[in-house]
Design a protein around this ligand. Structure first.
Ligand code: MF3
Ligand code: CO
Ligand code: CO
Length: 252
């Protein structure tokens, strides 16, 4: 049963999810050789404010920018800077908006100009891995079902899931319980419930090399790379668990 208050909260989540998706699509249109991550950051910042929302990364645990931009070997939480993108790069843009006290979180990996088959393969696998995970989302599933599906698909493609980082509950907070790993066993882990929202956001790497952690000055957030020069790719949606299945809130 859904109370009027819950229906209202879901409307807020739908709104902020749609907005995050729109910001991401518009930011993606800027991606081309020569543009800098700081220019993308500036766009995300201003566009989000123009929609009466707030770019949630800015000042989140001291994070200095309004969006994360993770290029090639960067696994996640890349901090935008002034180094221009180059033809052949892949860049994950991770947008999180807050509006009326609710959060929506979504990311995609974009191609900078023409990219190698190698770059295309891992990017396509990351998107499909995310959808394999999302397919599992329903009120009777567990986070282990999601992780199992993601890891099985990723391994079959010859790639490696990142285990240290994953999805999360989301709603009135940017990050909430449960943690949503990109690996797991069927039927294990936290059970999902109707009307919670989670993110499904697998990070996948070309090799099993351990990821490396780096400090961000003035922040407790870390950024990560693959440590051996191999590529990493990621996609993310915010997904509502419904009474019968799920609804992707950040689909544009
Ligand atoms: N958007 C990221 C996620 O998917 C979190 C970024 S935290 C920040 O969970 F501080 F780096 F922005
Ligand atoms: Co997230
Ligand atoms: Co995100």
């Amino acid at each position: 049963m859904m109370t009027p208050k819950m229906a209202d909260q879901i409307r807020h989540m739908e709104k902020v999810g749609k907005l995050a998706a729109e910001v991401l699509v518009e930011a993606g249109k800027l991606v081309r050789p020569g543009i800098t991550p700081n220019e993308i950051n500036q766009f995300v910042h201003e566009f989000t404010l123009s929609r009466s929302a707030r770019p949630a990364p800015l000042n989140y645990h001291g994070f200095p920018k309004s969006v994360c931009t993770s290029i090639n070997t960067v696994v996640c939480h890349g901090v935008p800077d002034d180094r221009p993108l180059k033809e052949g790069d892949i860049i994950n843009i991770d947008v999180t908006c807050e509006k009326s006290g609710y959060y929506g979180d979504t990311s995609r990996t974009f191609y900078v100009g023409k990219v190698s088959e190698r770059a295309k393969n891992i990017t396509e696998a990351a998107e499909e891995a995310m959808f394999k995970g999302i397919e599992q989302v329903n009120p009777n599933a567990t986070v282990g079902d999601i992780g199992f599906a993601i890891e099985k698909f990723t391994t079959r493609k010859g790639f490696h899931v990142v285990r240290e980082l994953g999805g999360h509950g989301i709603g009135k907070n940017f990050h909430e319980e449960p943690f949503v790993p990109s690996f797991g066993k069927k039927g294990r882990g936290d059970k999902l419930r109707p009307w919670i929202a989670i993110t499904v956001e697998p990070m996948i790497n070309e090799t099993a090399a351990p990821i490396r952690e780096f400090d961000i000055p003035g922040s407790t957030i870390k950024w990560y790379d693959t440590s051996d020069g191999s590529l990493s790719a990621q996609f993310e949606h915010t997904v509502l668990v419904t009474d019968a299945g799920h609804q992707i809130l950040t689909r544009f």
